[in-house]
Ligand binder design. Structure first.
Ligand SMILES: *Cc1c(COP(=O)(O)O)cnc(C)c1O
Length: 366
């Protein structure tokens, strides 16, 4: 927390607007919109809820095809299953770690040839690096396939001079507790299309007709963010640029200390944008480095320092057994050789040096 959040929460209490509506929600939506330059924003209870409403908004329903990144977090793809859609996973590019536009193009061609046009494409901006949306859009536009950007991890990141998610039909952001900024839990759905967001707003509040008695023609959801949570999010948003600079400095310090070691590489920043470096991730070649990522993880864990593997690709998840994946080798390799290092914006130089020296101490001479 930056300090401003508590003041804003107090303002929320003083106004006695707790939920479901209130001035903090309005301010958070307005300031997030100003920050991202995406004109219409909707505060929701989670990024997962935002993805659910985004897919509904582009008309995804039972039996429809949704193409999504395999190297991602479950919240990116579970909403497609809520709607009874059929998922196909797309592997990552080696350089960006994000959805490969060429594999996507292959799969879309295959789908179109078999007479089935995918209903949506959902690329994730992994660990705060934006997917190559321009290329992804170029592949999707000839068939009118909407692209929904999963920018849950990329709040504060940019692509071609604009916010993460800016170029997509709709973008999903998360303020879950582990993200670069947090409202304690929550998400935003953003779009250039006012009607799209108005419809999502209506569905997020139980699809209530605008009459004084409670009347419904459709089934909706209870997905709105509370005014108190929005107060926290607003305070966090005002500290976002500082957070991004901090997590980028964390990455830089790791890079300076570790990147020269044999067998150890890091995610490089694409020329197309600026990563928020939500997490610093290393890839460890066990033979060259002299220790496996798991050995490093255990050594850190023994000192009460948490590190974690890279997301387990969706096509390797038991729950998606049998689901088609285009490619898969890149994300499998990133999963088996990757390690997410402690990356909190509050980490000091000496904290970071301590982690680095422990990683170096894991090396066994060949
Ligand atoms: C966190 C996350 C989500 C889900 O956001 P929640 O707010 O936790 O529901 C979706 N996609 C990705 C890539 C995420 O990291």
């Amino acid at each position: 927390m930056s300090g401003e959040e508590l003041q804003l929460v107090k303002e929320a209490f003083d106004s006695n607007y707790i939920a479901p509506v209130g001035p903090m929600i309005d301010s958070f939506e307005r300031e997030f919109s100003e920050y991202t330059k995406i004109p219409h924003c909707l505060c929701l209870s989670s990024g997962t809820a935002a993805m659910h409403l985004a897919l509904l908004g582009v008309g995804v329903g039972a039996g429809d095809l949704v193409l999504a990144s395999t190297l991602t977090f479950i919240g990116s793809v579970s909403p497609a299953t809520f709607l009874g859609a059929e998922l196909v996973f797309i592997d990552s590019d080696e350089d960006s770690w994000n959805m490969s536009p060429s594999l996507l193009a292959e799969e879309i061609k295959r789908c179109v040839d078999s007479g089935r046009i995918p209903k949506a494409v959902v690329p994730t901006d992994l660990y705060g690096q934006c997917a190559d949306l321009e290329q992804i859009l170029a592949v999707c536009e000839p068939y009118g396939i909407p692209v929904i950007s999963d920018a849950a991890e990329a709040v504060g990141a940019t692509y071609k001079g604009q916010s993460a998610g800016y170029h997509a039909r709709a973008a999903v952001f998360s303020f879950n507790g582990n993200k670069i900024i947090t409202s304690s839990g929550g998400g935003i759905l953003a779009s250039h299309d006012k009607e799209f967001i108005d419809r999502a707003r209506y569905l997020s509040t139980q699809a209530r007709d605008p009459v004084i008695h409670f009347e419904h023609q459709e089934i909706g959801f209870n997905y709105r963010m509370s005014n108190v949570v929005a107060a926290i999010g607003l305070g966090q948003l005002r500290a976002l640029d500082t957070r991004v600079e901090q997590t980028r400095a964390v990455f830089k310090r790791y890079e300076e200390s570790l990147s020269g070691l044999p067998g150890l590489t890091m995610m490089s920043e694409m020329e197309t944008g600026k990563c928020n470096r939500w997490l610093t991730v290393i890839l460890v070649d066990e033979a060259q480095f002299g220790a496996s990522p798991e050995a490093i993880r255990l050594a850190l864990d023994a000192e009460n320092i948490e590190a974690r593997p890279v997301w387990k690709p969706m096509h390797m998840q038991p729950v998606f057994k049998g689901t088609r994946c285009v490619g898969g080798e890149v994300s499998e390799r990133y999963f088996s050789t990757g390690l997410c290092l402690p990356s909190g914006s509050e980490m000091t130089g000496s904290d970071l040096d301590r982690v680095c020296s422990m990683i170096k101490a894991c090396r066994k001479p060949a």
